[in-house]
Design a protein around this ligand. Structure first.
Ligand SMILES: Nc1nc2c(c(=O)[nH]1)N[C@H]1C(S)=C(S)[C@@H](COP(=O)(O)O)O[C@H]1N2
Ligand SMILES: [Mo]
Length: 417
């Protein structure tokens, strides 16, 4: 095939074209002449400016909406430039988090990137031959599909305040800064090999094209892992604008900040790289964490083990037999066991794990119990297949920026008779 794309890439593009009303013959002609870029350009509605008697106002410096996709109150809790998924939206879902429910965490606003001019540059002293990759090039490269979570390091931060009684700085997330998606893209290892990565390379840093160029390095071993991707599809469709279009890193199990969105550059270095997001933020700061110059404390790498109820917060249930569902996930593997307490953590009973149980993604669980009228809490507690448990609240160390809360969370419930 002269366009050089795989079947999945072609069918994703055709679905887009069909919705945009492009006939099959025109689609094939565009694909042959301009590849994926031509298709996406043809699918973008042309905006014809209407002549207006009033002089145009200067372009706003910040867009009116930092997030471009709809974030209705029924699905999301607004949090500054971010949006937390309401976990109850997943109660009636199969497993994967649809893009329309997926939490958004962006330090500034979603940038609009033109794939016609977008280029990914791979550079630095850790590679032998600097590489420039266009969108068309990227879609032609060997691809891989994985199902993995993306979770913010600050997910659960609000519980430092409400459970530990020691507030932490930053967005007060409950547990919805987490989602599971199917990601398709080019293994970062493939791109780095094409750029001639040297054996002396130590750090790999993707940089975003958002206004503040968000970037955070990872060690070369993580960058070369077989499931670390530069993803351009999410759940089988073109990556949504808010989630990193045209391409984002997926760094499985690692703090969300390593899954850099809107990537424009990847720097490969023979020396450790220190930037703001591995020295001042996304590091543990607090009495239990000595500084590690130039970092203010130990540098975060992986997420932890967590579990959540797919219920409104607070939830209202009717008295009698109840079946509730939730999710549990680990940065290190699959989930081995979920137990649930309905008496404030005194006794636990095992929940049933249902459906897919995928490493560094998560599992759904189901729990049945008899609800008695009154106020109660439902507390799930997970352990992964490597033996990592959710730690007890008494062992949960505080850190100033509220990262990696891992204790079980009692979900408030009112039972009405
Ligand atoms: N370029 C860029 N990449 C980024 C961010 C950002 O602000 N800019 N936020 C990071 C953080 S903190 C998280 S938790 C994840 C969130 O990904 P999502 O918005 O797709 O859920 O993206 C990461 N990648
Ligand atoms: Mo994050």
């Amino acid at each position: 095939m002269e366009h050089g794309l795989g079947d999945q890439q072609v069918s994703v593009l055709w679905r887009r074209a069909e919705v945009a009303g492009i006939p099959r013959r025109k689609f094939l002609a565009l694909l042959a002449s301009g590849g994926a870029v031509a298709i996406l350009a043809a699918c973008t509605p042309k905006v014809t400016p209407t002549p207006s008697p009033v002089p145009p106002s200067p372009p706003p410096t910040t867009p009116a909406r930092p997030i471009l996709k709809p974030t209705p109150d029924a699905f999301f809790i607004p949090l500054g430039t971010n949006a937390e998924m309401r976990f109850e939206v997943m109660a009636s879902r199969a497993y994967i988090t649809p893009g329309s429910f997926f939490f958004v965490r962006s330090h500034t606003a979603t940038p609009l990137i033109d794939v016609k001019t977008w280029k990914l540059r791979i550079e630095g002293d850790g590679i032998a031959s600097p590489l420039e990759v266009t969108y068309n090039d990227l879609l032609k490269m060997p691809s891989k599909t994985v199902i993995r979570f993306v979770e913010c390091a600050g997910n659960g931060r609000s519980f430092f305040d409400t459970l530990l009684k020691k507030p932490a700085e930053g967005g007060q997330w409950r547990l919805g800064a987490y989602g599971i998606a199917e990601w398709t893209g080019v293994p970062l290892a493939e791109l780095l090999r094409q750029a001639g990565i040297k054996r002396t390379a130590v750090d790999v840093m993707p940089t975003g094209l958002d206004s503040t160029s968000v970037e955070r390095p990872m060690p070369v071993d993580k960058a070369m892992a077989e499931d670390t991707l530069l993803a351009y599809l999410m759940n089988g469709d073109i990556l949504p604008l808010d989630h990193g279009f045209p391409a984002r890193v997926i760094a499985p199990g690692w703090v969300g900040i390593n899954s850099i969105k809107w990537v424009g550059k990847i720097t490969v270095s023979e020396k450790p790289i220190f930037v703001d997001k591995n020295t001042s933020s996304y590091v543990f700061i607090g009495p239990d964490y000595p500084p590690q110059p130039p970092a203010k404390g130990p540098i975060l790498t992986t997420q932890v083990v967590k579990s959540a109820c797919a219920l409104p917060w607070p939830a209202t249930l009717s008295a009698g037999a109840q079946r509730i569902v939730g999710y549990a996930w680990s940065a290190f593997g699959k989930i081995a066991r979920v137990e649930v307490s309905t008496d404030g953590g005194q006794t636990f009973r095992e929940a049933a794990l249902t459906g897919p149980n995928i490493e560094q993604a998560g599992v759904r669980w189901e729990f049945t119990f008899t609800a008695q009228p009154g106020e109660m809490t439902i507390t799930p507690r997970a352990t992964d297949d490597k033996g990592n448990p959710q730690i007890d609240l008494a062992q949960q160390k505080w850190n100033q920026l509220g990262y990696l809360f891992s204790a079980p969370v009692p979900h408030p419930v009112k039972v009405v008779g």
